[in-house]
Design a protein around this ligand. Structure first.
Ligand code: ZN
Ligand code: ZN
Length: 717
């Protein structure tokens, strides 16, 4: 402490003052008695107060305050009262500061600045601005100590209009070129999401320091403009300014969002050259870049080489889940727990997301138990992720229960509940939740509308769907998005109102997507409308030439009409383009282990018994009158081979595996990455009837509950 230096001017009272400092720092208890016997002068108190203000020593300052009251030093002493109110303002006790401040008759700019700063830094932005106005009203001049805090208050209030007015006052006062004021302006504009104004200000700055560059980069990143952030960063590198840790942790997320992995790699080099690898936040940001760009190998390398914390683990768990490797994601979670690292909300959301990709219900349930023990399960975001997982694993009841138990529900939780009902074909329940949400005065957003429309479409509620679709624009004054149209086309198509669906596509306010045409095509297939199917197919081919599904649909439609030449023509196109169906795979969980099957998979240890079970099933079902629908087989092979190819489908392997390994009447839950094919749908219905098994299958579109030979989807999916 530089106490000795400060004491120099007060030679005569040195002993008393030293005594005071001593008791202050060593006995820390200033008793009234001692204070009275060693009374301090007002100048000494001022010096001490300044000392305590600079070091924000709140308790010491309060003791001194008590001493000054008891010794009567504060009476009509503007000097001390100013210092004292500033002390409280800087320490954040604004009510105490204000009481003292109000009694000061001659308020100088120092005390005003301290109060403005205190208000701005302690969340009382409006008071800060009010005092600033008062200051001007009484003819005091604001200076480069006032403006940074007034601007901070504007930024916190997100009030760019007042911010602009203050900016013009700054220009008039000639303070715009002051670097602190300039940086505060940048920060204010970027908080108010006006990056254009921030950029103009930035370009006008005669001198810039590292804070100016960092403020701009983080402003662009936070406002969802990673291109802007990277542009400023390249200007910064060219200007010769060197990046520090703060720069790196703002530029790297921009790289991640832009998937600019090349720049990420350059930054990686820079980080190593400049020894920033010791900063865990920098390494975490770099891991995040690699995870987002799907370079899990590099991410893993960094993760294993450097020090790691919860954030690093979260990045890895989320990174693997996002890159489609849910198994690796869950393995990392297990490892994290075994290393004794405390998981947080983000971890749980990532883990639950990974579980729902592979329908790891039992794993998810043990995570739920863990969450309950840790008290996380009632948290809105985690609870929503948990409810989502249950819904996607086919346990709608559990999903509802989690939702009911959540003490606070936000827009996302409501929308997720609506989506969950929709996924399971419970349209009426979804609409009921939607109405309940409206009754709670929660305004639906576009995602909510997509969920509720999709629920209507899965349940075939045409009138209700049309009504809601109409209300999006009329009642809520919102733009109807592609997703909303997509649901409507599906809804009308399902109901066989193909012409209406086609008309809707033609009058869309946005450009129709490949998926919209594909769903019209699918409806045409179900309702045998070849003419419209051809139109839909051509549009779908145009918009995504690499998607094979529309070709299959069209060829199926021709096949039903027995137009074999056309079937062959479409198949020839598929062959000449070298298009292949995305490999299908199905998951089934057994005792917390998820088993994955691909088409014709023979890698499973139980492969032999699975195939002989399938052979059994085949004959059993044939006797029950099953005739295969080979239309989904695109290859030019004879019927017998086609039929054999159907029996290789991943969902059948998964079902056979589950039948072998579970007790009779156990519900079987299967997840498939693609839409279930017609023949598998028929076979599953038959299995549910003849083997008395309830089978829940989640495909890329929805849930199918197979029971007693009937599917909940009503054969439209
Ligand atoms: Zn199939
Ligand atoms: Zn179904």
């Amino acid at each position: 402490m530089n106490g000795a230096l400060l004491l120099k001017p007060f030679k005569t009272h040195q002993r008393k003052l030293q005594y005071f400092l001593q008791i202050d720092s060593y006995t820390s208890q200033l008793t009234k008695e001692k204070a009275q016997t060693h009374s301090l002068t007002s100048l000494q108190c001022g010096t001490l107060l300044q000392l305590f203000t600079n070091s924000k020593s709140y308790h010491k300052g309060k003791q001194l305050h008590a001493h000054m009251i008891s010794s009567g030093l504060l009476v009509e002493n503007t000097y001390l009262n100013t210092k004292l109110s500033s002390f409280y303002a800087i320490c954040g006790n604004m009510s105490e500061a204000r009481i003292i401040f109000n009694d000061i008759i001659l308020k100088n700019s120092f005390s005003l600045n301290c109060m403005i700063r205190g208000y701005a830094c302690n969340g009382f932005s409006l008071d800060s601005l009010a005092l600033y106005r008062e200051m001007l009203f009484f003819g005091q001049k604001a200076d480069n100590f006032t403006y940074p805090f007034v601007l901070k208050a504007c930024g916190d209030l997100l009030d760019v209009e007042i911010g602009r007015k203050i900016h013009s006052e700054i220009v008039i006062r000639g303070l715009e070129s002051d670097i602190y004021v300039g940086n505060s302006l940048l920060s204010m504009y970027s908080k108010c999401r006006d990056m254009e104004a921030a950029r103009k200000m930035f370009d006008r700055m005669p001198i810039r320091d590292l804070t100016s560059w960092n403020t701009m980069i983080s402003g662009y990143t936070k406002n969802g403009n990673p291109e802007g952030a990277l542009l400023i960063f390249s200007l910064m590198s060219r200007s010769g300014e060197r990046a520090d840790c703060a720069t790196l942790v703002t530029v790297l997320p921009a790289c991640a969002n832009m998937r600019a992995w090349k720049l990420g790699r350059q930054m990686h080099g820079y980080i190593i050259r400049n020894n920033y690898g010791l900063h865990i936040s920098v390494i975490n940001s770099l891991i995040y870049v690699y995870c987002n760009c799907n370079f899990m190998v590099y991410a893993r390398w960094l993760f294993e080489k450097y020090e790691r914390d919860t954030v690093s683990w979260n990045s890895m768990i989320l990174g693997y889940a996002k890159s489609g490797d849910a198994f690796e994601s869950l393995r990392h979670f297990n490892q994290m727990l075994s290393e004794g690292i405390e998981p947080d909300q983000v971890t749980f959301i990532a883990v639950l997301g990974a579980c729902d990709q592979i329908t790891a219900l039992q794993f998810g349930m043990s995570v739920h138990a863990f969450l309950t023990r840790k008290g996380f399960s009632v948290h809105t975001i985690v609870g929503t992720a948990l409810g989502n997982l249950y819904a996607k694993c086919g346990r709608l009841g559990c999903s509802c229960q989690v939702f009911e138990e959540m003490p606070e529900k936000n827009l996302i939780s409501w929308s997720a509940m609506i989506a969950a009902y929709g996924l399971h074909g419970k349209g009426r329940e979804a609409i009921a939740v939607f109405n309940q949400m409206k009754a709670m005065n929660i305004r639906p957003d576009e995602v909510t509308f997509t969920s509720v429309l999709s629920a209507c479409s899965h349940a075939g509620l045409v009138n209700e769907g049309c009504d809601i679709f109409y209300k999006i624009a009329k009642e809520y004054d919102m733009e109807r998005k592609v997703e909303h149209y997509s649901c409507m086309v599906d809804l009308l198509g399902r109901a066989g109102r193909l012409d209406e669906a086609y008309k809707l596509i033609k009058t869309m306010e946005v450009k129709p997507t490949h998926d919209i045409w594909a769903s019209l095509l699918f409806a045409c297939r179900v309702h045998h409308n070849v003419k419209l199917a051809e139109i839909a197919a051509l549009n779908a081919f145009d918009l995504n030439p690499k998607a094979v599904v529309p070709y299959i649909s069209l060829s199926n439609i021709y096949a039903v009409e027995k137009r074999w030449d056309d079937v062959e023509r479409v198949r020839a196109i598929v062959r000449s383009k070298g298009l292949k169906k995305q490999p299908g795979c199905s998951y089934v969980e057994l005792e917390k282990v998820v088993h994955c099957f691909s088409v014709g998979d023979k890698s499973h240890p139980q492969s032999e018994s699975i195939y002989s079970k399938l052979e059994d099933l085949h004959w059993q079902l044939k006797e029950a009158g099953y005739t295969p629908d080979t239309s989904s087989v695109l290859y030019d092979v004879n019927e017998e081979v086609k039929e054999k190819m159907l029996w290789d489908h991943s969902e059948r392997l998964a079902i056979a595996f589950a039948l072998i390994n579970t007790a009779p009447r156990t519900v079987i839950t299967i997840t498939k990455n693609l839409r279930i094919c017609c023949d598998c749908h028929t076979v599953t219905k038959l299995i549910s009837k003849h083997l008395g098994r309830e089978i829940i299958m989640r495909d890329a579109h929805r849930f199918h509950h197979f029971k007693n030979g009937i599917c909940s989807c009503g054969d439209y999916w």
